[in-house]
Write a protein that binds this ligand. Structure first.
Ligand SMILES: Cc1cc2nc3c(=O)[nH]c(=O)nc-3n(C[C@H](O)[C@H](O)[C@H](O)COP(=O)(O)OP(=O)(O)OC[C@H]3O[C@@H](n4cnc5c(N)ncnc54)[C@H](O)[C@@H]3O)c2cc1C
Length: 401
């Protein structure tokens, strides 16, 4: 049987950053295992690559506390290793007068979170992002940046391997917990002193096999992107986001210039029928009926979910996707868009007993296992600070009740 002082399930950004933190606090023998053949095959390698800058989040939440410092550390990490980093900045624009109230609320939240933002009038917006369109005012975030998530993951994996303290087991699927202080995997049992569940879209299932988190389920939301062709792409300098509905966890279809210079538009947040349902049918498995039932339950019981479920699926059709995007810019036409293979799934934790979406990161400890249960956006941005918190508060500083 394999064993290690710490065993981590999941080689996404959280699995890797938590391993870095464990090493920093003295761990010398860590196994990271993942069911895929490499790092970042799911959310961490399929996101927008935007380093958010602490604007949206309710002051005091973990997201608010982790995001800005995570952004700073991730930018520093990229700079020190000459990894792609585009300090793009971002503007949040309003589509009508009603959204000005939320724009002001975003400014208030940003300032309470210590973020740097500037309210722009239409003239200053035009100087910064000439093709952006707004009603009266827009919010500018100079610290928003864009990275290449896959390059970061590969570099981290390489550094962890070279430390001599981490072994990666790929193509190794978690099957269940037990016997005592061991987990069952497709490659055999792995014994541990400390187990970390960083399994992203499956973290609820992994936690439940330890007998916890019974009231939680992860529901998948599909994020489809499109790309802009030249010369339309040249008219977008950085990132242009709409004012979101701050009661739900998604930020809305936006324009974002990536590190390669390509301009992406998206992602949607369409309820999906499988945790890895990346295609129309691909990734739909035996859990399909259970997911559909949970979606129906949430549709009946939760207004926020109902709004998303009614609004988002229309965006499968280009006409509706385009209608959303064109509200953010002055000059764009349907023929400026091309399809794009990039698609991600955002697992969103739902408290089934309360029929509510869990809006913040969530971590639980059970015996000598720690479970990261809701690594929603901006968990990529926040990961380095979030991982530090997981280790400080749930590993080192943990006092059993
Ligand atoms: C479309 C989209 C856009 C986003 N945009 C942004 C953004 O711009 N900025 C930002 O900060 N965040 C963004 N996010 C959120 C961000 O990507 C996630 O918060 C973050 O990547 C979560 O990391 P993770 O390590 O928890 O999960 P993951 O990256 O999903 O990693 C979990 C790993 O666990 C493995 N695993 C699962 N089950 C098992 C099992 N049974 N056995 C073994 N291994 C298992 C998986 O294979 C996977 O590799 C976005 C997400 C999506 C989907």
């Amino acid at each position: 049987m394999f064993s290690a002082d710490a065993v981590i399930c999941g080689a996404g950004i959280l699995g890797l950053t938590i391993a870095r933190e464990l090493i920093r606090t003295g761990y010398k023998d860590i196994i990271i295992f993942d069911k895929e053949d490499g790092t970042g095959r799911h959310a961490s390698g399929r996101n927008s690559g935007v380093l958010h800058a602490g604007i949206y989040y309710d002051p005091g939440t973990m997201k608010a506390r982790m995001c800005l410092e995570g952004n700073r550390r991730m930018q520093e990490y990229c700079e020190e290793r000459s990894l792609p980093l585009f300090k793009s900045g971002k503007v949040i624009v309003t589509r009508n007068e009603d959204e000005l109230v939320t724009l002001d609320e975003l400014k208030r939240r940003a300032e309470a979170n210590g973020a740097t933002v500037e309210m722009l009038d239409e003239k200053s917006l035009a100087e910064l992002e000439p093709n952006a369109r707004t009603t009266e005012r827009a919010l500018y975030s100079p610290l928003t940046a864009v990275v290449d998530p896959r390059a970061i993951l590969e570099t981290m994996r390489d550094e962890l391997e070279r430390s001599g303290k981490v072994r990666f087991f790929f193509n190794t699927r978690f099957l269940g917990s037990g016997p005592t202080d061991a987990v069952r995997t497709t490659q055999g049992d792995i014994g541990y002193g400390l187990f970390i569940n960083a399994a992203g879209a499956y973290s609820d299932k992994v936690a439940q096999s330890f007998g916890i988190a019974g009231n939680y389920r992860l529901l998948p939301f599909k994020g489809i992107y499109r790309k802009l062709k030249k010369p339309a792409a040249d008219k977008i300098r950085g990132s242009i986001y709409p004012v979101p509905n701050i009661k739900n966890p998604f930020l809305g279809v936006h324009f974002s210039r990536g590190v390669s210079g390509d301009v992406y538009v998206g992602p949607t947040a369409i309820p999906a029928f499988g945790r890895e349902n990346y295609g129309i049918l691909k990734g739909i498995d035996s859990e399909f009926a259970a997911i559909l039932l949970r979606d129906m339950h949430m549709f009946m019981e939760n207004k926020k979910f109902r709004e998303v479920a009614l609004e988002e699926p229309r965006k499968y059709f280009f006409k509706h996707f385009f209608a959303d995007a064109e509200k953010l810019v002055r000059h764009i036409a349907p023929h400026d868009f091309i399809s794009c293979s990039k698609v991600g799934i955002r697992p969103q934790l739902v408290d089934m007993e309360k029929s509510s979406l869990v809006m913040d990161f969530l971590v639980e400890r059970h015996g000598n296992s720690v479970h990261v249960l809701n690594s929603i956006s901006p968990a990529f941005t926040s990961s380095m600070r979030f991982a530090e918190l997981v280790v400080e508060e749930y590993v080192q500083g943990w006092k059993p009740a």
